[in-house]
Every structure is written in structure tokens, then in C-alpha cells.
Design a protein around this ligand. Structure first.
Ligand code: HSE
Length: 441
């Protein structure tokens, strides 16, 4: 029985977790893979620190235990890639630079299977990477790239392959979800909550992509490829993050029986698929409203299977590591038979602006007579039906008016036209640009 031999590039949080699971769980992995799975070597710039942090023997690291410079790392990388005994390489260096793209392409061109959690790279260069895999007849495992431990990729590719997925709505960034939970439940400010997420280790080293929606956008781009055969380019999916959400918005959500969540959303429409990542008012009747702290969840609605919910941990060393190890076992078991390409289906993205759903509009205005009339008239002129108009949430003694309107289903195009109209009618009374937030029923 041949041993399936694995190398890891990048022994940080996720790579270290992979190494630990491969060592701790080897007997069970062998039974599942149908052959022994051996971790042969780890390439990391800081072997000693990584070894201590993850409890991995230093001998498993490239070099003599001292920190490596870039040239030394390149030399060891070349040695690993030219070693015919190594079957697969786990890339857990991260990032989407040209350098990382080249590393990943080199892994495939060296006839090694590739396992990666690198959502930014797959979102940006997925087509080139998939093409290299097919050309070299090597498999790519990327289960860990979308929501860490949650088996959504295999769920879609294997378990739901008999279905047509009509919509996706999910909480796919743990940092944002943690921040929003702390803001709404404990009244923390955005920045207090962000510090907590960093202390818990959920946030990326630079949390910009967590809070501006970029990280969630990468995950949705990967799902669009496997669900609908749509290849997106950066910027194709409209993305906004939770950095615009404040404590008043979370109070308004509460008043309208909703909770604000950063939602990855895609819906199959007649002419294509509309997709977006943005904060949404999730009604409390929707199970996603109950997904709190750093937990992730993805709801897939199939034409035949109907509603399916995947819930679990989207980040963390062993959590994400477990998904990578599941890919290693899968590839060890099925070899090149586990190779999939994801050809373009010809479907394309359609504008989210034409998608019909309810909206909440939050107004921060001067407190003057007639303001409610001005905004409701503009909304009515766009043929938008209003569901509720809230009271002024600024208490006496506070300047201005803060109120919200929840609409019946309509398009963002209609809402934007109404907002333009009301601002033209009474330009001086809007203290802030009205905030437009979709409602997820
Ligand atoms: N920083 C990410 C999150 C983890 O907060 O969900 C992996 O994408």
C-alpha cells in the first residue's frame, strides 16, 4: 500500500493546525484514505516559533531550526517540488500576490495535488488555477476556503449534485458576525467589538478585508463558480461591509424585528444570477438571525431539496485545518479521480439593482414639520409600497430626527430614485445620506 505523502507550505495558524491533525489523527486518516497519510515536511520562515506554537517536532521543518530568509525558503520549495515522492502540497501561506499565484501554479506544474484555504487567491485567479490543475491532471482541494470547517464545498459538489440551487444566503465572515453580535447584544461600539474579534483570533492580520466585506466577497465568488459556473472578476460582485453600521442602526433593526448581519447573497433569476455582499436586516423569523458571534452559516435553497442549512466554525487553526485534512484524505483516496474542473456555464451575473426584495431606509434629518410627508411622497412616486414608518428614535433633548421606513418588495433602482427625489425636494434637511439596507425575510 503506497503512502500518500504531504508537504505544507506555511506553518502558521492554519498550516500548523493541519500538521497537528495529520499527526494526532493518523490511524483514523489511514482507514479513511485507504492508505497511510504522512506529513513529510513543513516549510515555514520561522520553524522554531511554529514548532513550539503547534507542538510539532522541529525535525519536520525545512532547515536547521533557525529562521529562513526568502532565498533559503525558495531553495527548500524547489527541493520539495522536485521530490517525486511527495504527492500533495498544502498551501497555507495566504494572500493573492503574483508570488503566491506562482507558488500555487508551480505546485500543480510539478505534478503535485494542491490543497489550499486561500479564498483571496481562488477568487482572483480561480480560472488560471483550475486550468493548471486540468492541464497537469492534479486535483485541487479548497474546502477550507469557504467558511473554514463547514463542509459546504463537498456538500454542493457531492451531496447536492442532483439539485438546482436557487439561492444562497449566508454569514461567511466570523469577524463581522462577532462584531455585529457584540454591538447588538452588549451595546459595544464598533471598535470595541473589533478589538475583541482580534483578541479572539478571528480577524485576519489586517482586518480590513473582514470589515469591508472583501473576505466574504471572495467566498461568494468561489461559490458562484461551483454552484453556477460563473467566473467573476474582482469588482463584479457588489460588496459593502459592516464598517458603515452603527449602534443606532442596530437599534432600528431591533425595532423592526430584525438583526443586522453581513450577508452573502445570490439568487438565480431568469437571465442569470444576482449576487451581493452587504449588511442586511435579517428578520428574526429567518434562522440566520440566530447565528451569533464568530459562527458561520450558509443557507442553500434547492429546487428539489428545498432549504439546507450548513452551520459551523468559519475560522480557527484546527477548525480550518480539519477541512484541509478532509481534502487530503479525499485526494489520497480518489487520486486524480477527484479532479474536477468548473467550466463556465455561460450564465452571467445580473445587476442586483433590479432584484426585488424589501428594504429598510434609515433617515437622519432635521426635525422639521413635513419631513415624513416629503420622504413618503417620494417613495410613493416610485410605486413603492410602504410597510412601516417608525417613530422618531431621537429622545427629547437630542437634536434631529432618526426614523426608518420599511418597504414592501421593490428594486434598489426604485429606492435610489426615491432617495434622489426627496433630496432634491428638501436638500437641507438630510443630515446624512439615507442608509439603504435590504431586508432578508
Ligand atoms: N477572518 C475570517 C473570518 C476567517 O473572520 O471569518 C477566514 O476567512
Amino acid at each position: 500500500m503506497n503512502t500518500f505523502k504531504v508537504a505544507i507550505f506555511g506553518g502558521g495558524t492554519v498550516g500548523g493546525g493541519v500538521a497537528r491533525i495529520l499527526r494526532e489523527n493518523s490511524a483514523l486518516l489511514e482507514r479513511r484514505a485507504g492508505c497511510p497519510v504522512e506529513l513529510v515536511t513543513i516549510l515555514d520562515l520561522f520553524p522554531s516559533a511554529s514548532s513550539k506554537r503547534h507542538g510539532i517536532p522541529l525535525e519536520l521543518y525545512c532547515g536547521n531550526g533557525g529562521d529562513l530568509n526568502r532565498d533559503e525558503a525558495s531553495k527548500y520549495m524547489a527541493q520539495i517540488l522536485s521530490n517525486p515522492e511527495i504527492d500533495a502540497v498544502v498551501e497555507t501561506i495566504g494572500g493573492s500576490s503574483d508570488y503566491i499565484l506562482q507558488v500555487v501554479l508551480d505546485i500543480l506544474h510539478s505534478k503535485k495535488h494542491l490543497i489550499t484555504a486561500n479564498k483571496a487567491l481562488l477568487a482572483k485567479h480561480g480560472t488560471a488555477i483550475m486550468r493548471a490543475a486540468v492541464e497537469n491532471q492534479r486535483a485541487i482541494g479548497f474546502e477550507a476556503s469557504v467558511c473554514g470547517a463547514i463542509p459546504v464545498i463537498k456538500g454542493i459538489n457531492d451531496c447536492m449534485s442532483g439539485d438546482k440551487i436557487e439561492s444562497v444566503s449566508g454569514i461567511m465572515n466570523g469577524t463581522s458576525n462577532y462584531i455585529l453580535t457584540k454591538m447588538s447584544r452588549e451595546g459595544l461600539s464598533f471598535y470595541e467589538a473589533l478589538k475583541g474579534a482580534q483578541a479572539m483570533g478571528y480577524a485576519e492580520a489586517d482586518p480590513t478585508l473582514d470589515i469591508n466585506g472583501g473576505d466574504a466577497g471572495h467566498k461568494l465568488a468561489i461559490l458562484l463558480r461551483i454552484l453556477y459556473g460563473i467566473e467573476t472578476q474582482p469588482g463584479d460582485i457588489p460588496v459593502s461591509g459592516i464598517d458603515t453600521i452603527n449602534a443606532e442602526d442596530t437599534r432600528i433593526a431591533e425595532e423592526t424585528d430584525a438583526v443586522i448581519k453581513l450577508i452573502c447573497y445570490a439568487q438565480r433569476e431568469q437571465n442569470g444570477v444576482c449576487a451581493t455582499v452587504q449588511p442586511m436586516m435579517v428578520k428574526k423569523s429567518n434562522v440566520l438571525s440566530d447565528i451569533n458571534n464568530a459562527t458561520n452559516a450558509i443557507k442553500l435553497v434547492g429546487a428539489y431539496s428545498r432549504e439546507n442549512l450548513f452551520v459551523g466554525q468559519g475560522a480557527g487553526s484546527l477548525e480550518t485545518g480539519s477541512a484541509i485534512v478532509s481534502d487530503i484524505v479525499y485526494i489520497a483516496r480518489y487520486g486524480t479521480a477527484s479532479l474536477r474542473d468548473y467550466p463556465s456555464s455561460g450564465l452571467s451575473l445580473v445587476s442586483f439593482d433590479s432584484h426585488v426584495m424589501p428594504y429598510t431606509i434609515i433617515f437622519d434629518t432635521e426635525d422639521v414639520p413635513g419631513i415624513t410627508g416629503i420622504v413618503t411622497t417620494a417613495i410613493g412616486k416610485q410605486e413603492i409600497n410602504i410597510d412601516t414608518v417608525s417613530h422618531n428614535m431621537r429622545v427629547s433633548g437630542q437634536a434631529g430626527a432618526l426614523f426608518s421606513i420599511v418597504t414592501k418588495p421593490c428594486t434598489l433602482t426604485q429606492i435610489k430614485a426615491a432617495v434622489r427625489d426627496m433630496q432634491q425636494t428638501a436638500p437641507s434637511i438630510f443630515v446624512k445620506e439615507p442608509k439603504i439596507i435590504p431586508v432578508l425575510a
